[in-house]
Design a protein around this ligand. Structure first.
Ligand code: MRU
Length: 365
């Protein structure tokens, strides 16, 4: 199957008032159906992020950037001051959709800065500038993922088996993914690899999404329940663990889908290298250590309802953190588009974020 882009801006050809709209894969229907959402409505995009129709840290950032661009497209105002206020309000609203992935806040800050810097443009040009910036966020993410794939492929050898958790693939990014990108690059180079995908309770991003996109791409993928990972490592079947991240603190502590920390502990016990792969936009220099990363809590129904029936007694208390933090000391290396950081992580991560900020300053129109 030719998988469409996870998220993109589609230029409308009928030259109506709205010059384009957002198109994204509704990931809640996968793997049974490939359903697309086409919208220019901020509320639809907000709900899509909140309900994980679009999910994964980089894709959330792209959706948020496109949400700001969409908000000013759908606003009929004829003065740029009103459109700027609309962009700011949209960014404030989108910032409340999900708390952990720092890419969301990174992308919204970028859209706010560009909107303020171009408040002197005529309304049509202002709308077009925000669309261009949102598309740049998408395109740069695709390039960053490709570079992560190139760096990460250097960690792979023919015949290796990699365990991954949640989905940090194409569906979580503009293209290629982060944790899965090296697997795609290595496969392009002719390496034969095997992947074990953790099911990833409660929303099954591993079995629904990673297994789907890897098998569609022709890779050898086997699904296991989360509680089987230690046993599979003990059997000597896993050569490396590759995971993504939603936010990496300045010291290298990494937040990712709940269950990642347990995997890192198990990997250390079994002497399996544990790699975190993410773009620099996932590194948060303002968060010194993992304890300061806000962890999203989800609704009880995601834990105690399945396939339309309850899986726990009515009224039972539920605790549902969606992410956990893996301490830097359990991470073998952090792979960014700028290179492979080894412990101690702080100097290399600081260099990556400083370089990225400098480059953005230089490119600023
Ligand atoms: O709740 P989700 O599905 O948005 O969580 C996604 C993850 O935890 C991913 O591993 C992470 O965002 C990295 S995506 C490249």
């Amino acid at each position: 199957m030719d998988i469409p882009r996870t998220i993109e801006w589609v230029a409308d050809t009928d030259a109506g008032r709205v010059p384009g709209h957002v198109r994204l894969i509704d990931q809640t229907h996968l793997p049974e159906a490939l359903v697309m959402i086409d919208t220019v409505e901020l509320d639809v995009l907000y709900e899509a992020i909140r309900m994980l129709r679009v999910r994964g840290a980089p894709a959330i950032g792209i959706a948020a950037a496109m949400g700001v661009a969409a908000a000013v497209q759908e606003d009929p105002a004829t003065d740029t001051g009103s459109l700027l206020a609309r962009a700011e309000a949209a960014a404030d609203h989108l910032a409340t959709s999900r708390p952990t992935a720092v890419n969301l806040f990174w992308a919204l800050d970028r859209m706010r800065r560009v909107a303020r810097a171009h408040a002197g443009l005529a309304p049509g040009a202002f709308r077009a500038r925000l669309v261009a910036e949102a598309e740049a966020v998408r395109d740069e993410d695709a390039a960053m993922c490709r570079a992560i794939g190139e760096h990460g492929a250097g960690l792979l050898r023919d015949g290796m088996t990699v365990l991954t958790h949640c989905n940090a693939g194409s569906l979580a990014t503009a293209e290629f993914g982060t944790a899965l990108a090296p697997l795609y690059v290595a496969a392009e180079r002719g390496l034969t690899l095997r992947v074990f995908a953790d099911e990833t309770r409660p929303l099954l991003q591993g079995s629904r999404l990673s297994a789907w996109e890897l098998s569609e791409a022709g890779l050898d993928v086997t699904v296991i329940c989360d509680n089987m990972a230690a046993q599979v490592m003990k059997e000597g079947r896993i050569d490396a663990v590759f995971v993504g991240a939603d936010r990496i603190a300045a010291n290298g502590d990494a937040a990712n889908k709940i269950g990642t920390y347990a995997l890192a502990v198990q990997a250390r016990w079994h002497s399996v290298p544990f790699y975190v792969l993410a773009p620099t936009s996932t590194v948060d220099p303002d968060t010194p250590a993992g304890a300061r990363i806000p962890i999203e809590e989800r609704g009880a129904d995601e834990i105690v309802c399945w396939g339309g029936r309850r899986t726990a007694p009515e009224g039972i208390p539920v605790y549902a953190p969606a992410f956990d933090v893996t301490p830097a000391e359990l991470i073998t290396a952090i792979v960014c588009e700028r290179g492979v950081a080894r412990p101690p992580f702080e100097p290399a991560l600081s260099e990556f974020t400083t370089q990225a900020a400098r480059e953005r300053e230089e490119q600023r129109p």
